[in-house]
Design a protein around this ligand. Sequence first.
Ligand code: GLU
Ligand code: ZN
Length: 464
Amino acid sequence: MVRTRFAPSPTGHLHIGGLRTAIFNYFFAKANNGEFILRIEDTDKERSKDEYTRAILEGLKWCSIDWDDICYQSKREAIYEKYLNFLFEKGLAYKCYCSKERLEKLKKEQLEKGENPHYDGHCRNLKEEYSDKPYVVRIKLPKEDIDFKDYVHGDMHFSYKEFDDFIIRRSDGSFMYNFTNVVDDIECGITHVIRGDDHLTNTAKQIVLYRLFEKEPPEYAHVPMILGEDKTRLSKRHGAKSVLEYKEFGILPDALVNYLIRLGWSYGDKEIFTKDELIKYFNLENLNKSAAVFNPDKLLWVNEEYIKSYSPKELLKYLKDFLDDSCKSFSDDYLSKAIETMQARAKTLVELADGMMFYCVEPKDYEEKGAKKYLKESVKEPMKFLLDKLKEADFENEESLKKAFEETMEKFEIKMVKIAQPVRIGLTGRSAAPGIYEMLMILGKDESIKRIEKVIDAIPFKSS
Ligand code: GLU
Ligand code: ZN
C-alpha cells in the first residue's frame, strides 16, 4: 500500500512551497488508494512553536488536505532511542567527545590543505567512555557510494567521499533531522517521499542510514523549487504569503490547490481539475524537471474560473467571512440570488463581496464619472415617467418590468441606455453592474422604488 507523508517543521508558517509538497503527497496517495500521513517535525525545541503547528493544521484543513494519521516527533523519543541502540549494538555508531576547539582546528587545517571540511574519525575506535564529558553520536560511514533513482532527477549518484561520519544525535541529547526522518519513515511504512529538491543531499545521507538499519529506502521524487518572477527562490521578498493569507485575500481553497498542483506538474495542457480528476490523474512521472515560477495573475485567473463554476449556495459558504455585517440580516436565498448576478465578474471573494454590497445597503454616493455622464437634466422627465410605470409593475415578472422601460423609451423617443444607466446608478451607485431586470427583481419593489426616487432627486448631478 502506498503511504506518503508531509513532514513540516513548525518553525514558521505554512507557505506556498510547503502546501504544494503536501498537495503532491496527498494526491499521490489518493491516486493509489493509499494513505497520507502528517508528521510534525518538532524536535527543535528552540525554534518549534505550537502556534505554527496550529497554523499548519489550519492551512491544510482549509484546503481539505486531510490526513489519515498524524504524529509528532517530540513524542517519539523512545523510538529514536531504540533505533540508536540498534546502531550501537551493531557497532555502527559511536560517541564522539571531540571539543569544539579540536573540530575548529581540524576544519582550518583541512581548508588550508584545500580539502572539504570533514570529521576525521578521531573517536571511531575509542576504547573508553567518559561519563563526565559531553558527546555527540556519529555513524560510521560505510565506504560505499550511494545511488538512487529519483522520479524527477533520474539516476542520482553520490560518492561516499562527499560525506563523513555525520552526527545523528547532538550533545544536548536531541536527534538530528536525517536520523528522526528516516526512523519515522521506516516506522510509518512510508513508500514514497515527495519533497523539495533542496533535500537531495539529505537523501543520500538518509540512504546511508537505511543501509545501517538494514531497511529498503522508499522511492523518491524531489521536486524543483518554486521561483519568484525574477527567477530567484520564492521568498517573502516576492510577497510570498502564508497560506492563510490567501484565504484572507479571497482565494478559494480549491482554486489554490488547483493552481499549486499545476505549478510543477502537468497533464497535457489541462488547467482546471476537479478533485476527482486529480485523484485519477496525479502521478510522479509528469512532475516537471524545471523550476516553476509563481505567477499571481494566473492564480487570480484560476480563482476567477472557480468562482464562476461554483453554485451560488456553495460560494456563499466561503463568502460569509467577507460579507459586511449589513448583509447578515438577509436570507441565504436572497444572498444566493445576488451572488448569481455577480459571480461571473469577480477575481476574488473580496471583490465579489464588495461588488454585491448594494444588494444589502443602498449606495452612499454615486460614482462621479458615471453620474456626470448619465444623470443629466434631460433624463429627469423620462425617469419620473419610468418611476410611475414601475410603481404599477409586477416585480416578480420580468416582462412587466420590461414593459415599463419600453413604454418610457417610446414616449420620449430615447434609447434604453438613457434610462437604464440612471437606474443602475441609483440601485448600485455605479454604472457597471448586472442586468437591470435581475437587479430590480432581486431588490424588490419597495427598495428599488426608494432608490430610484433618490437618484431622480440627484438629477442634474453636481459633483461635491
Ligand atoms: N521537516 C523537513 C522540512 O520541513 C522535512 C523534509 C522531508 O520531507 O523529509 O524540510
Ligand atoms: Zn571525536
